[in-house]
Design a protein around this ligand. Structure first.
Ligand code: FUC
Length: 810
C-alpha cells in the first residue's frame, strides 16, 4: 500500500510540467505583457504571506505582504465624557430635533483620541495595514533594445495550482520564472530559469518606503524593523529574509544588494513574519528557510499544489457557452463589456473569488482586510482595516456557501476578541452591559464610535458580526461550537436590550443615536442633510435577527430561558420594516427624502441579504418594496455596492437583473483603452471601489453562488436566479444550511440532476422546481422513488449519506 502511494506520488510529480504551461486552462488569468500598473500584477498568497510579481523583464518588482503587518497598538478610545451628553442627545432625537442632536453628537459622542486618523492612521495608535516591502530583481538590458516581435512574452496566474509564471524569449534564450507562496512550507518560492547555461545575471534587493534595515550575506538578504505603535515608540516588529540557491554561477554582495552572476537556475526563498501574537516568529522564519533549502524544487511545488487543492478543488462550476480563454484577461474584460456573453469569464471570476479567499485567509490569523492581503503602500486606503458596516462582512460571504468554512474562523475569532474591549465601550458610552462594536475595528480591538459620527456612529457593527457566528453554525450545526459562541451572542444582545429607547410615535424600541450607514436624509422643514437619527431600518433588522438567533441558541442549548423571554418581549417592540411613499423600503424611521437616492450603501435591505427577514415567498410586499428600492438606487455604485446588488437580485429571484449587476461589477477599470479608475474591475480582476478594495470580489463570488442555490429561507432552492445566458451547466460542491454539500446539473435552465450529501445528521427540505412533472429520489444506500412531482421533498440523512434527485419535465 505504502509503495503504491509512493509510486503515485512520484508519478504525480513527474506529471507536473517543467515549464509553465500556457495552454488553454480555463482557470487562469494571463497577459501578453509585464504588468504596467500594480492592478495588473498577480496576487499570490498562502493566507499569511503574499507576493505580487509584475513579471518585468529587466526590472521586476514583487510587492510582499504579511497579513499581520499592522502599525498602531492598543488605545483606550473610550470617552467617558460622551455618556454625559447621551440623555440630552436622545431627548433631542425624541423631539424630532435631529439636526440639533447631530450637532451635539458631532461635538461629544465620539471616540477619545485620534480615532482612525480619518483613514490616515499609519502614525496614530489606530494604525494601518501596510505593505511589507518590495523585492526587486534586475538584470542587464533595456526594453528599448529588445526585438518585441520575437519576445513571445506570456504571464499568467493559474488558479488550479496557485502558481504565477512568466516567460519570454530574448537573444535566442528562453527565460522563465515561476512564483508561489507555499501552502505547505509557508514561504515564498521563486524559480528563475534560462535555456542557456550561465545566462542568469541578476541583482536582488529588498526595501520598503520607511522603517527598515538591510543586512546582507553572500546568499542572503534580511530586512527588518518596527512599525510605529502610534505613540512614537516601536510597534509591530517584522522580518523578511531572502535566501538564494543557485545552480551554476556565484553570488556576491554589492552594497545592500546581492549580485548573481552566470547562473543556470536560481531559486529564491523569501520567509517573513511579524511578532503580532507570535514572539517566536524569527525562529519560525529560520525553520521555514532551513526546511526547504535542501529539498528539490519539484517537491516543494508538488507539496504546495497538493495542499492548496485540498481547498480549491472542493467546488467546480461549468457554464456552457462562450469562453474567451483565448483572450488575455485585460482584453477579455473589455470584450465582455462590449458583449457580455463570456460564461467562461463568469466561472473564472467566481473561482477567483474563492482563490483570493484561500490566499488571504488562514485559521488562527487575521481575516482578510479591505484589501485582502495585498497592499502596495504604507498608508493603505482607509487604513486597510475592518469596516463593520458592510466591507469586513462581505469579505466572508463566500466562505460557507463556496465550501471554505474554516476560512470563516478568523472573522469569528476577531469577533470574539471584540467582546472584551466592546464591553468597556458599552459601559463608557451607554452605561450598558454586554458589548458593542461600532463602525470599524483593527487588530488592536478598537470598538468605540469613529471620530466622525456621520459614518462612525453606527453601533450595529458587532451585531452584524454576530450573524457570521450564527451562519457558521447553520451551515454545520454543532452544539460544542454553539456553546462557544453563545456568550458572544448573548453579550451583543444584552447591549441592545440595555441601550434601546422607546420612540414616542409608536412606542417602538430603537437605537439612539445612530445612522443608516454613511447615508444622510433631508430634514423636513429645513432641507438640511442630516445623518444622525434613531432606529434606522438596518439597526432594527440586525437587532431582530440577533435577538432571534440568541433565543434559538439558548433553546438549543437548553439554557437562559428568562433572558430569552426578555429578548422575545423586546423583539416584539422593535420597529417593523416599513414601506414608504415611493413604494420603497424605508431606510429610516421616518419617510425622509434622500439626499443621494443612488447612494452606494443599501443598508435597509439587510433583511433581504445577507439577512432573511425579507423573502418573495414569505413577505411578498416587502420583497416588492425592496425591488422598488433597488430600482431607485440604480445599478451603479462602488465595486462592492454592485456586488451586493447581485446578491439582492438573486434573492429576489431575478437572474437577468443579477447578471446585469455582474456585468456592472466587471466594468473594466484602468484597463488598456479604458484608463479611467472607475468602479468595476481592474485588469488583474481585483475589484475597483475605486481604489482597489477586495470586498467586491468576494461579494461578486458569493452573488454567483446565490444565483445557483439558496438555503436562507428554511429550505433549499435550486437555481433560484439563473439568467437566460446560463442555459446549461453544472455546479458541484456548494454548501447549504443544515449541513450538506450540493451538486446541481441543469439543461435549458432546468435543474435535472441534484445530489445532496449530508455533512451532519439532519432533515433537509428541498423545493422541487415547478416545471418538474416527475421526480426520482434515490437515497443511497436505501432506494425511494417518487413518481409524481412533489412540491417539497423532506429527506432525513445521516452524516455522509447522499440523496440523488432527478427532475424530469415533459
Ligand atoms: C465604507 C464605504 C466606502 C468604502 C469604505 C472602505 O466607508 O462606505 O465606500 O468602502 O467603507
Amino acid at each position: 500500500m505504502k509503495t503504491l502511494y509512493v509510486l503515485a506520488y512520484i508519478f504525480s510529480i513527474l506529471l507536473l510540467p517543467e515549464y509553465p504551461t500556457l495552454a488553454s486552462s480555463p482557470l487562469r488569468i494571463w497577459y501578453n505583457n509585464p504588468a504596467g500598473i500594480w492592478e495588473e500584477t498577480l496576487p499570490l498568497g498562502n493566507g499569511r504571506i503574499g507576493a505580487m510579481p509584475d513579471g518585468g523583464i529587466f526590472e521586476e518588482n514583487i510587492i510582499l505582504n504579511d497579513i499581520t503587518l499592522w502599525a498602531g497598538s492598543f488605545q483606550d478610545a473610550d470617552n467617558p465624557e460622551a455618556a454625559r451628553y447621551l440623555p440630552q442627545i436622545r431627548q433631542l432625537l425624541l423631539e424630532g430635533k435631529n439636526s440639533e442632536a447631530q450637532d451635539l453628537v458631532y461635538r461629544t459622542f465620539v471616540c477619545k483620541g485620534r480615532g482612525s486618523g480619518f483613514g490616515n492612521g499609519a502614525n496614530v495608535p489606530y494604525g494601518c495595514y501596510q505593505m511589507l516591502g518590495t523585492l526587486r530583481i534586475t538584470s542587464p538590458g533595456s526594453l528599448r533594445s529588445i526585438d518585441s516581435a520575437n519576445l513571445r512574452y506570456q504571464r499568467q496566474l493559474s488558479l488550479e495550482d496557485a502558481i504565477a509564471s512568466c516567460s519570454y524569449h530574448l537573444n535566442g534564450i528562453d527565460y522563465s520564472r515561476e512564483y508561489f507562496t507555499s501552502f505547505a512550507d509557508d514561504l515564498i518560492v521563486i524559480r528563475l530559469k534560462a535555456t542557456q547555461k550561465g545566462a542568469l545575471n541578476l541583482s536582488l534587493s529588498l526595501n520598503r518606503p520607511e522603517r527598515f534595515t538591510i543586512e546582507t550575506a553572500s546568499d542572503e538578504l534580511r530586512m527588518y524593523g518596527n512599525l510605529n505603535d502610534g505613540y512614537g515608540k516601536k510597534g509591530t516588529r517584522y522580518n523578511a529574509r531572502l535566501k538564494i540557491k543557485l545552480s551554476g554561477g556565484f553570488s556576491v554582495v554589492n552594497g545592500q544588494s546581492l549580485q548573481i552572476k552566470q547562473a543556470d537556475e536560481v531559486l529564491l526563498f523569501i520567509a517573513a513574519g511579524t511578532d503580532y501574537k507570535n514572539p517566536s516568529f524569527e525562529k519560525q522564519i529560520d525553520q521555514h528557510l532551513q526546511r526547504v533549502y535542501n529539498q528539490p524544487y519539484h517537491k516543494l511545488k508538488a507539496d504546495h499544489i497538493r495542499q492548496y487543492k485540498q481547498l480549491f478543488d472542493r467546488v467546480n462550476l461549468q457554464i456552457e457557452g462562450t469562453a474567451r480563454n483565448d483572450l488575455p484577461t485585460d482584453q477579455r474584460l473589455i470584450a465582455f463589456a462590449g458583449k457580455p456573453d463570456d460564461n467562461g469569464l463568469v466561472a473564472l471570476y467566481f473561482q477567483y473569488g474563492r482563490y483570493l479567499l484561500i490566499s488571504s485567509c488562514r485559521p488562527g490569523l487575521l481575516p482578510p482586510n479591505l484589501q485582502g492581503l495585498w497592499a502596495n503602500s504604507i498608508q493603505t486606503p482607509w487604513n486597510g482595516d475592518y469596516h463593520l458596516n458592510i466591507n469586513a462582512q462581505m469579505n466572508l460571504w463566500p466562505a460557507e456557501v463556496t465550501n471554505l468554512p474554516e476560512l470563516h474562523l478568523p472573522l469569528i475569532e476577531l469577533t470574539k476578541g471584540l467582546a472584551g474591549p466592546g464591553s468597556r465601550t458599552a459601559e463608557t458610552f451607554y452605561k450598558a452591559q454586554g458589548w458593542v462594536a461600532h463602525m470599524m475595528t483593527n487588530p488592536w480591538g478598537f470598538t468605540a464610535p469613529g471620530e466622525h459620527p456621520s459614518w462612525g456612529a453606527t453601533n450595529t457593527g458587532g451585531g452584524w458580526l454576530c450573524a457570521h457566528l450564527w451562519e457558521h453554525y447553520l451551515f454545520q450545526p454543532d452544539k460544542n461550537y454553539l456553546k462557544e459562541i453563545y456568550p458572544i451572542l448573548k453579550g451583543a444582545s444584552q447591549f441592545f436590550l440595555d441601550m434601546l429607547i422607546e420612540e414616542p410615535s409608536h412606542g417602538w424600541f430603537v437605537t439612539a443615536p445612530s445612522t443608516s450607514p454613511e447615508n444622510a436624509f433631508l430634514m423636513p422643514g429645513s432641507n438640511k442633510a442630516v445623518n444622525i437619527c434613531m432606529g434606522p431600518t438596518m439597526d432594527n433588522q440586525i437587532i431582530r435577527e440577533l435577538f432571534g438567533n440568541t433565543i434559538m441558541a439558548a433553546r438549543l442549548l437548553e439554557i437562559d430561558t428568562s433572558f430569552s423571554r426578555k429578548l422575545e418581549a423586546a423583539s416584539a417592540r422593535l420597529s417593523p420594516t416599513k414601506i414608504g411613499k415611493h413604494g420603497q423600503l424605508m431606510e429610516w424611521l421616518e419617510d425622509y427624502e434622500e439626499v443621494e437616492p443612488q447612494h452606494r450603501h443599501v443598508s435597509h435591505l439587510y433583511g433581504l441579504h445577507p439577512g432573511n427577514q425579507i423573502t418573495p415567498g414569505q413577505t411578498p410586499e416587502l420583497a416588492e418594496a425592496a425591488r422598488i428600492t433597488l430600482d431607485r438606487r440604480g445599478d451603479g455604485g462602488t465595486g462592492w455596492s454592485r456586488a451586493w446588488k447581485i446578491n439582492f437580485w438573486a434573492r429576489l429571484g431575478d437572474g437577468n437583473r443579477a447578471y446585469k449587476l455582474l456585468t456592472q461589477l466587471l466594468t473594466p477599470s484602468k484597463t488598456a483603452g479604458v484608463r479611467k479608475d472607475i468602479g468595476g474591475t481592474y485588469p488583474n480582476l481585483f475589484c475597483a471601489h475605486p481604489p482597489f478594495q477586495i470586498d467586491g470580489n468576494f461579494g461578486g463570488c458569493a452573488g454567483i453562488a446565490e444565483m445557483l442555490v439558496q438555503s436562507h429561507a428554511g429550505y433549499i432552492e435550486l437555481l433560484p436566479a439563473l439568467p437566460d445566458r446560463w442555459m446549461s451547466g453544472s455546479i458541484k460542491g456548494l454548501r447549504v444550511r443544515g449541513g450538506a454539500v450540493i451538486d446541481i446539473r441543469w439543461k435549458n435552465k432546468q435543474g435535472t440532476h441534484i445530489k445532496l450529501q449530508a455533512t451532519c445528521d439532519n432533515t433537509f427540505r428541498i423545493k422541487i422546481p415547478s416545471y418538474t412533472t416527475k421526480t426520482q429520489v434515490r437515497k443511497i444506500p436505501k432506494q425511494q422513488i417518487y413518481k409524481e412531482p412533489e412540491k417539497w421533498i423532506n429527506i432525513t440523512l445521516k452524516k455522509g449519506e447522499t440523496v440523488q434527485i432527478t427532475c424530469i419535465s415533459q
